[in-house]
Ligand binder design. Structure first.
Ligand code: UD1
Length: 426
């Protein structure tokens, strides 16, 4: 299994291009199931999760073609064509690798009137149930059965019909499934307490380009007027705000000066506020966001929350950065119940962190030391990379496949700005 070796202590300086957003593309690709015409997604990131999503969509009969983009956007694009749906079953061996596979449920049900999707099961960062996804589809008339580890959903005769969906808890995935089902339902659907993450806004813009009628995009109340059919479209995937935030933390911990090329400040407002609060200079430039360290990092008090709050997907990276901050930081994780798996590994590198329930208290130390550490999930892995960049000596991060799920060309991007980082195979 590959591992990543880092020799810490190099100041990061230069430009890091930000890729297309993983969490956006994992909802946009299933949207191709909603039409028989081609959907082209530009700014496609090169990620293991994108490959898993292609694999799943191919199983369902969607053809996928990846090509170099020729237009204004450098990089890759994918054209997905679901002219006929060959299967409505998302099997366990694909879903278990990638939880976001559940996002085929809404579109398959809306287009074909039925869908059978393996239950994703538990995952490293918590229990992560799908009850909200199922209740939303029931509100559109679906009949749901759970059997042998699968969800079987069936639309009533004549297809899904509009309804009122009121989420008791904000859920990104359930909102995405509900929106994708509602765009092809008969009549009007109202979604209350919808998630407002920028990736949902990106999905809505793509669906609108495909002919969907959605009012309230970016608000917590969405009104969707169902259409009989959607058509093909071309959509540019938004930049990855979590990748950008991760590299901002990497720049900060090394006392660096980095331009996050293509990052959008509106998607990251709360993260930028906290970075400023910790003493960094942040400037929004034409090409992206510049992060410059200016003296020692200050401790922070942070609590994760749905957008526009501080993202849970940035908690681990901030914790690594704050391990070298002055004074005490207090981080509270409110979204997932088991999202502190990076803590024991950071502690092995010399961090002083105590966890009690959902609260982590980080007492800044004067230095970290390299160690052999184990990646446990995607963002936890990135926190170990960030710590390693500032640690004295060598760190080896094992189980790199977690990073490959969500960070495109990580070693290449970091070594281009001065990090001493390499991947070791085997
Ligand atoms: C998405 C993101 C993930 C991010 C998370 C929160 C993708 C592919 N993944 O995950 O990176 O960390 O949003 O911003 O976009 N919940 C239920 N029942 C449900 C669904 C969710 O109780 O049916 C709970 C979850 O356990 C969690 C909370 O709701 O406590 C929020 O989860 P949710 O927003 O659904 O996360 P995902 O969509 O899985």
């Amino acid at each position: 299994m590959d591992r990543i070796k880092i020799r810490g202590g190099h100041r990061l300086k230069g430009q890091i291009p930000i890729s297309g957003a993983k969490n956006a593309v994992l909802a946009l690709m299933p949207a191709s199931l909603l039409t028989s015409e081609p959907l082209t997604l530009i700014n496609l990131p090169r990620l293991a999760d994108v490959d898993s999503c292609c694999h799943l969509l191919n199983e369902l009969g969607v053809s996928t073609m990846v090509a170099r983009s020729k237009g204004a956007h450098p990089g890759r694009e994918i054209t997905l064509t679901a002219d006929t749906i060959a299967s409505t079953i998302a099997p366990y061996d694909i879903v278990r690798k990638m939880r976001a596979s559940i996002l085929v449920l809404g579109p398959l049900l809306a287009r074909e009137g039925e869908a059978t999707v393996s239950l994703p099961g538990g995952c490293a960062i918590g229990n992560r149930p799908i009850d909200l996804h199922l209740r939303a589809l029931e509100a559109l008339g679906a009949d749901i059965e759970l059997a042998a580890g699968y969800v079987r959903a069936r639309a009533p005769d004549g297809g899904l019909r509009g309804g009122i969906i009121s989420f008791p808890v904000v859920s990104v995935g359930a909102t995405e499934n509900a929106v994708m089902a509602a765009v092809l339902a008969h009549g009007e659907t109202v979604i209350n307490n919808a998630a407002r993450e920028p990736e949902i806004v990106d999905l809505c813009h793509c669906l609108i380009a495909m002919g969907a009628k959605i009012d309230g995009v970016g608000n917590s109340r969405l009104v969707i007027h169902g259409c009989d059919r959607l058509h093909g479209a071309t959509h540019v995937v938004m930049p990855d705000r979590i990748e950008a935030g991760s590299y901002a933390c990497a720049a900060a911990i090394t006392g660096g000066d980095v331009l996050l090329q293509g990052a959008r400040s509106a998607d990251m407002a709360e993260v930028l506020v906290e970075l400023k609060q910790s003493g960094l200079n942040i400037s929004v430039e034409e090409e992206g966001i510049r992060v410059q360290a200016d003296g020692p990092l200050k401790g922070l008090t942070l609590s994760t929350a749905p957008f526009p709050g501080f993202p849970t997907d940035m908690q681990a990276q901030f914790m690594a950065m704050l391990a070298l901050g002055q004074g005490t930081s207090v981080l509270t994780e409110t979204i997932f119940e088991n999202r502190y798996m990076h803590v024991p590994e950071l502690v092995r590198m010399g961090a002083d962190i105590q966890v009690k329930g959902r609260v982590a208290v980080v007492k800044g130390v004067s230095g970290l030391v390299g160690a052999e550490v184990m990646a446990t999930d995607l963002r936890a892995s990135m926190s170990l990379i960030i710590a390693a960049l500032a640690a004295e000596g060598e760190t080896q991060v094992h189980r790199v496949y977690h990073l490959d799920r969500g960070y495109e060309r990580l070693e290449e991007k970091l070594s281009a700005v001065g990090a001493d980082i390499e991947r070791i195979g085997g």
